[in-house]
Design a protein around this ligand. Structure first.
Ligand code: HDE
Length: 726
């Protein structure tokens, strides 16, 4: 729904006299007049010159009376607002959510979750956590996944992350955690990285972090795209029906494009080549009509089962509820189909608040959640400059707003009449609160008996900090484990204090001895003696291996090109990829066009120097004797192919392009039996995600099937890559 429609709905209080209508016009959001395009000041005064300040003579001093100069500079001086203290770097998108059916109707009064005819507008902001607003998109980090549902009963904010657990159990530790992970206070380094002393010092002294830390060391911390990462509400919430009966719920977002990650070397290189990598991907996908889609799933736990789980407490945000114990039921779909019109107005000014719940959803006593209920409202006062941030267009509910709040910085509304209090008779008693029990739509806090001594104490059911980290480790495939070990080695390798490294290894030993031993071997710490801790349990749902090969939508493929390139294969491939919503970029040694072997020209999308294999999901090596010879003679082109191979990406090799595979010294293809000028492969053949097409062969169904599968799989980690110099 457009901002204009939302704002129109929200500003007219019930009981307002018709004479007020004209006044309400003034409440419309501040808008530039687009009918007259001549420049004015903020006060609407037409401007005659915006390039020269008012001076005493062409070489004389500037004059104080130049109100246009002063206003222009004053506005510029104050363009920045404080960035978010965490999650400062983010990207947003508009879309909608729609339930599949009425399956949740027995559990919740929230219509937006139960009526399949209701399509609820949403705004989603994805973010990194540690880095500043201008930091890179691809550090090893948790990603925020915050969704504002503009429901007809008010705004519901599901402010989640892409990992289902959190570092700490009690919100009082949050400032310590964030201080420890952010750049160190004495020199403000490192930016957007957990690989430093203070982070590892803190987590090794606070072992409840160990489960989330192993997620952070996994590929989950390096999403390929916001389109290919999961989201989780993390805490246990409640669904509440019209009679006040409650069911515990965990919220899950699952991307329909599969769950895919970068590898760390690639992520680090992308930080230099395109620090906006994830932001650009989200923007370009939506512009191209390849809309990110996510399925909302719920794990439902009956109220009476609150204590049914022997190994963990539902109120402990450092734990998951394994899907093998409680399956995730799909309940609806979210589609992100519109980019913001203005980054600052929408993505920067959106204010999520965990406390924004609508009737049918309620909180639990999770002590992490409880602290968040305070923090999100509080932080906006500084960030958005006062208490009226709900009036900013992106934050306005579509539901009508009626209250007695007033004044404060940036009051956009012009409240009418005398009645700014309740109860009143000067305003006809409005807005009023109907008598108890006569206003079923009202949010009613679920009555709950609370009985306990006032104390600062953690429940004993929160005491186990290792079992679920072990569960995660046990559930990983071989390549996922290799990546986790490499990540710990990298991060701890940056830690200066040996005793911190040792302390972490001791914790890892309580997760799994093979993990601890492998990490220790890389960081100069003695291998710890095995203790019997691994309970052997695993949860296949935690692994990213074996994603469904359903789609290649949104994948970016690069074909290298030089003069003499055979255009036919490229044209067939392009047609196939575009029909499947993937993109094929032609990268030349220089910009412009390349001459084709067929005597035509092929436009170059961009020069290879402005690109890099790390920015693509797959690489195509072209056919054409002359072109292949030129590419083999170009170090950048060879590096492009070798690096893509090393990063386990699909390589599509057309005809004589296999000479380049050989020149890049890739092990996949023994070329010894190849006759000069010919390919030894008579037909299309795929091996470890390397797909060949014989010279002169047509792009046929068999070939495109191999291409599809190689790209859909995303990565091919079974390849031998250690010896590749890239
Ligand atoms: Fe946040 N968090 N958080 N957090 N968080 C903020 O709110 C906070 C936590 C999350 O795109 C801040 O408006 C405390 C868990 C996301 O605008 C702040 C605690 C989860 C975003 C804040 C937590 C999150 C934030 C900073 C421990 C996953 C970005 C700016 C009690 C379930 C939202 C702001 C956006 C942002 C506080 C823990 C997710 C300071 C005190 C757990 C996705 O209010």
């Amino acid at each position: 729904m457009a901002v204009e429609e939302r704002s129109a709905q929200q500003t007219v209080p019930a009981g307002t006299a018709p004479a007020a209508d004209a006044k309400q016009e003034q409440l419309a959001p501040y808008r530039m007049d687009k009918t007259d395009t001549r420049l004015t000041t903020d006060q609407g005064i037409p401007v005659d010159d915006t390039d020269n300040s008012l001076k005493a003579g062409p070489r004389g001093p500037s004059l104080l009376e130049d109100f246009h100069l002063r206003e222009k500079i004053m506005r510029f001086d104050h363009e920045r607002i404080p960035e978010r203290v965490v999650h400062a770097r983010g990207s947003g998108a508009h879309g909608y959510f729609q339930p599949y059916g009425d399956g949740l109707a027995p559990y919740t009064a929230a219509r937006f979750l139960t009526d399949p005819d209701v399509r609820t507008p949403v705004f989603v902001r994805f973010s990194t956590v540690q880095g500043s607003r201008g930091s890179t998109d691809t550090p090893r980090d948790v990603r925020g996944f915050a969704t504002k549902f503009y429901t007809e009963e008010g705004n519901f904010d599901l402010v989640g992350n892409n990992m289902p657990v959190f570092f700490i159990q009690d919100g009082i530790k949050f400032p310590d955690l964030v201080h420890a992970v952010k750049p160190e206070p004495h020199h403000e380094m490192p930016q957007a990285s957990s690989a430093h002393d203070t982070f590892w010092d803190f987590v090794s002294l606070q072992p409840e972090t160990m489960h989330h830390v192993i997620w952070l060391m996994s590929d989950r911390a390096l999403p390929r795209s916001f389109r290919t990462m999961q989201g989780f509400g993390v805490h246990t919430f409640r669904l509440v029906d019209a009679e006040g009966r409650s069911t515990f719920v965990k919220f899950h977002w699952t991307p329909l494009a599969g769950v895919h990650s970068l590898i760390f070397d690639e992520a680090q290189k992308i930080s230099g080549k395109d620090p906006d990598f994830n932001r650009r991907d989200l923007w370009e996908s939506i512009e191209a009509g390849v809309y990110p889609e996510y399925e909302l799933g719920v794990q439902l736990i009956p109220e009476q089962d609150e204590f049914a789980f022997a190994d963990f407490d539902l109120l402990d945000a450092t734990k998951i509820v394994p899907e093998e114990l409680v399956p995730v039921s799909p309940v609806g779909r979210m589609v992100l189909d519109r980019n913001p019109d203005n980054f600052f107005a929408e993505t920067e000014q959106v204010a999520f608040c965990v406390g924004n719940v609508v009737p049918g959803i309620d909180f639990t006593d999770d002590p992490l959640l409880q602290a968040r209920l305070f923090s999100y409202l509080d932080t906006q006062l500084t960030r958005l400059g006062g208490p009226n941030f709900a009036q900013i267009p992106i934050n306005r509910p579509v539901a009508p707003v009626r209250h007695h709040q007033q004044d404060g910085f940036h009051q956009d509304d012009i409240p009418l009449g005398q009645a700014n209090y309740h109860p009143n008779s000067t305003g006809g008693g409005c807005p009023f609160v109907p008598g108890a029990g006569t206003f079923p739509e009202a949010f009613t806090h679920r009555p709950e008996l609370v009985d306990g001594h006032k104390m600062r104490k953690r429940a004993e059911t929160f005491a186990d900090h290792y079992s679920q980290a072990t569960l995660f480790w046990n559930s990983m495939s071989a390549w996922e484990r290799e990546h986790i070990v490499a990540a710990y080695r990298f991060e701890l390798g940056k830690v200066a204090y040996p005793h911190i490294r040792e302390r972490v290894v001791a914790h890892l030993n309580r997760i799994d001895n093979t993990l601890a031993t492998a990490v220790a071997a890389g960081i100069g710490v003695a291998a710890p003696e095995a203790v019997s801790v691994n309970h052997g349990g695993s949860s296949p749902a935690l692994s990213q291996a074996g994603q469904p090969l359903a789609t290649i939508a949104g994948r970016r493929v690069a074909v290298l090109a030089a003069d003499g390139v055979a255009a036919a294969g490229i044209a067939g491939l392009k047609e196939f990829l575009e029909a499947n919503d993937a993109v094929l970029d032609v990268l030349g040694l220089v910009d412009g066009v390349v001459r084709t072997a067929e005597g035509g020209t092929l436009p170059v999308t961009r020069a290879m120097v402005t690109a890099a294999s790390v920015l693509y999901d797959a690489v195509v090596v072209p056919d054409g004797d002359e072109a292949v010879s030129q590419l083999i003679g170009d170090g950048l082109a060879l590096q492009f192919v070798a690096e893509a191979y090393k990063h386990a990406k699909p390589l599509i090799v057309l005809g004589l392009g296999d000479r380049m595979v050989e020149a890049a010294r890739l092990p996949v293809y023994a070329t010894s039996d190849r006759v000069e000028g010919e390919s030894s492969k008579p037909i299309a053949a795929a091996l470890d995600g390397v797909v060949f097409l014989a010279p002169g062969a047509q792009v046929d169904d068999r070939f495109t099937k191999d291409v599809f599968e190689a790209i859909a799989a995303h990565r091919h980690y079974d390849r031998p890559v250690d010896g590749i110099a890239a």
